[in-house]
Design a protein around this ligand. Sequence first.
Ligand code: ADP
Ligand code: MG
Length: 389
Amino acid sequence: MKLPELATDLARQFQRIYGRTPRWFVAAPGRVNVIGEHTDYNDGFVLPMAIEQYTVMAADISRTSKSITIHDVTVGETATVDVSQPVEKGLPKWSNYVRGVIAGFQQRGSKIPALDVTMLSTVPIGGGLSSSAALEVCTATLLETATIKKLDPIEKALLCQKAEHEYAGVPCGIMDQFVSVMGKENHLLLLDCRTRETKLVPVTDPSVELLIANTNVKHELGTGEYAVRRAQCEKAAAIMGVRSLRDATAEMLESAKGRMEEVVFRRARHVVGEIERTLHAAEGVRASNWLTVGQLMYASHRSLRDDYEVSCKELDAIVEIAEAIGTAGGVYGCRMTGGGFGGCAVALVKANAIDGITEKMEADYRQKTGIEPAVFVSRPAAGATVLRS
Ligand code: ADP
Ligand code: MG
């Protein structure tokens, strides 16, 4: 569904619940990372884009309460957050993403008005396309609108990240919030996770599309393994005497090989290689050099599978299917995207071959795994927007 249709749907829900028409509509997109995985906490580069799937809120000032009341149409639950005092963690669990953002605005000295809100999300929840950042950034955009005070985009993204750290308890990097705030139609966002500098990389060639395949699995290993990987990266950096793996080169790593456990070496090899690949891919996208970008995506996947060991058989299955279709069938490249252990894969494909690729990917994945995937395309979308205010 396109944004205006989502807004219409949500307005109907608002009318049904609150008995009047809403005053504001705001939306924030999910994202897919095209390349640059597990580089963010190593001060490296990432190359994501916002997708055409959103968290959308319809809202109006509440004249009768001291709270922000959010009815979540997607999960059928309502959160009530008293904004007459400092906001703390609470229930339902998902409300903590919202609470953290409200608290961030309060800490900046904003007086938060009571609001009636309905919300829905077309970003799959927990599917690796960052429904969490979409929820935070949508909340922040609503509060900017309701308080008539726009934040600087970087501050806004950091406020949302802090909410996820402190209220939801998820130690995420900065990518998701940055791209949900700063994404631009038909552009990827090259983000330097050390300096927080962003560069928009135009995707001007209409003959290619990004295709996203959701494996519809999520293996629980994820959280624990993430901490282990972070520690291994820090260890490798310390052995080489650099601040982070951003400062290491392949040559430095090779000469330090004898002083590292084999597994630590492989983790570092992924990160150092992936930072290189991300910069090359950004150049490739700029030049519409799709064969090169595709090869970099496959190389990224192999590295994540073999050196970083964060893939899983379902993600590998998608990439194998993509490779079997090949350039002749319209696939330039494919890789797992997001933290790993499930979630989504992303593929660079020829626009005129999408129907055939989608059908084959669905059928072969179903046959290999017995699981129904969700396969769809998205143009690079705009970041958070106010649809009506
Ligand atoms: P991802 O961000 O990739 O979708 P996360 O595990 O980071 O996965 O975030 C998923 C969590 O975000 C859910 O468990 C839920 O608490 C919260 N969430 C995001 N969007 C919504 C929504 N529209 N309604 C309810 N909860 C949501
Ligand atoms: Mg998330």
